[in-house]
Design a protein around this ligand. Sequence first.
Ligand code: PXP
Length: 250
Amino acid sequence: MSARVRLGVNIDHVATVRNARGGIHPDPVRAAEMALKAGADGITAHLREDRRHITDPDIEHLTALCRTAGKPLNLEMAVTDEMLAIALRHAPHAVCLVPERREEITTEGGLDVARLQGRVAPVVQQLSGAGSRVSLFIEPAESQVRAAHALGAAVVEFHTGRYCHVQRDEALAEMERLKAAASLAHGLGLEVHAGHGLDYGSARAVVAAIPEVVELNIGHFLIGEAIFTGLESAIATMADAIRQGERDRT
Ligand code: PXP
């Protein structure tokens, strides 16, 4: 398990800033192009039901950009008929199914695939049939991992928000949960990704502690950091943190 860990850059919050003024600047597609030039391994974008940041034309342009660049686009979306139709139309490299509540500020927890198996199963099937790799954004819990496996998903992305937001002993306990869940998922043949709330330090720690992780998806911290250091520098520093985490494994 010494594969190089990929960095997926989530550019949602470039669109958040653009939409604050209702215009066309800053353009998340330009940010995606810069991110790829700066070393991002792929682009992640969440088309929310309320279109608060990424819009339908953004997805169209991001699909075209990633195809031209030969890099993966990871479309995050809720399990709804509308989103399924959009994903089937674009057939991105990957689709990550996430929970979505309109009132939430960000994706607050994992998708409860253990409870929602009946609803999620046909969506996983159709997306996989259309050639997209389906990832399920879940909590690091045995029941969720087993359900994801039963659903036939290719990938699980573990929600690291709790690990990133709690302190000391709680963070250690959460890391143990992440490690156990990643080991179980890997043993079942699922590819393991992680994301939410990660910064330079927590990304390095997650990579170091969980050798099963092969991809991180990171947005808010990178876009925030870009204000101070520029997007290219933020992405290069994150890539260095990930490389450090890989070295810490040995
Ligand atoms: N992965 C998933 C599935 C997400 O929903 C998000 C947030 O949109 C992220 C990763 C990135 O989280 P953050 O913006 O906190 O880095």
